[in-house]
Write a protein that binds this ligand. Structure first.
Ligand code: ADP
Ligand code: FDM
Length: 212
């Protein structure tokens, strides 16, 4: 098929950095400019695996730490056929969290290495662009209280931020750090320009494999 593929664009960052807000605005802006785009989020809580993860996050069930890590990864792999199909149809996917959250959150727990955490996600479709919304924890705190889900404490989020910083040293991934302390519109404008450029660059390239 000679159709130009869509781009795989990921937004990462700690809680309340503005990921969901920016994903929605980006999809809307791309669609308005005539570029097919859809939003996805991980975990995708709608599948059977996603429901298990959701109950775990809501503290309704307890799962062993390695097990839940593998479930988060399985939740990405189960969506891969659908993702590839859409990308090949020319649809750009804007994804709220991906394997980087997977590694950052599990490796923030005691006795988990970055290496072990990355393994199950090796070979996933590689994002053409990963934007990290950078936000100081004190500014994030000003955006409202934490909810009641697992991991929503400031000390855990600080460890997660450190793990993200380690992951961002990897030059095989196209990271862009975005200053998320600015207004929603200013952040959106920067993200939109970056994405339009990547969509034009990636359309004739094959989809890569993450961490391979
Ligand atoms: P995340 O998905 O990263 O947890 P959200 O997009 O849900 O973050 O945003 C968290 C809260 O912060 C929401 O109430 C949202 O309206 C607000 N918010 C998002 N971006 C900004 C911004 N740039 N400035 C101020 N508030 C913001
Ligand atoms: N999370 C998310 C993980 O621990 N591993 C993962 O692979 C992913 C994708 O789940 F605390 C964590 C990150 C966050 C929670 O919350 C999901 P949201 O509000 O649905 O993004």
């Amino acid at each position: 098929m000679s159709c130009r593929r869509g781009s795989l664009i990921v937004l990462e960052g700690v809680d309340k950095a503005g990921k969901t807000t920016q994903c929605k605005k980006l999809v809307h802006a791309l669609q308005q400019s005539g570029r097919p785009a859809e939003m996805m989020r991980f975990p995708d809580r709608t599948t059977q695996i996603g429901q298990l993860i959701s109950s775990y996050l809501e503290k309704k069930n307890n799962l062993e730490d390695h097990t839940v890590h593998l479930l988060f990864s399985a939740n990405r792999w189960e969506l891969v056929p659908q993702m590839k199909k859409k990308l090949e149809q020319g649809i750009t996917l804007v994804v709220d969290r991906y394997a980087f959250s997977g590694v950052a959150f599990t490796s923030a727990k005691p006795d988990f290495s970055l290496e072990w955490c990355k393994n199950p996600d090796v070979g996933l479709p590689k994002p053409d662009l990963v934007m990290f919304l950078q936000l100081n924890p004190s500014v994030a705190a000003g955006r409202g209280e934490f909810g009641t889900e697992r991991y929503e404490t400031s000390s855990f989020q600080r460890s997660v931020q450190q793990r993200f910083e380690q992951l961002m040293k990897d030059p095989s991934v196209n990271w862009k750090v975005i200053d998320a302390a600015r207004s929603i519109e200013v952040v959106h404008s920067e993200i939109k320009v970056l994405c339009e450029n990547i969509i034009n660059t990636a359309e004739n390239l094959p989809i890569g494999e993450l961490w391979k």
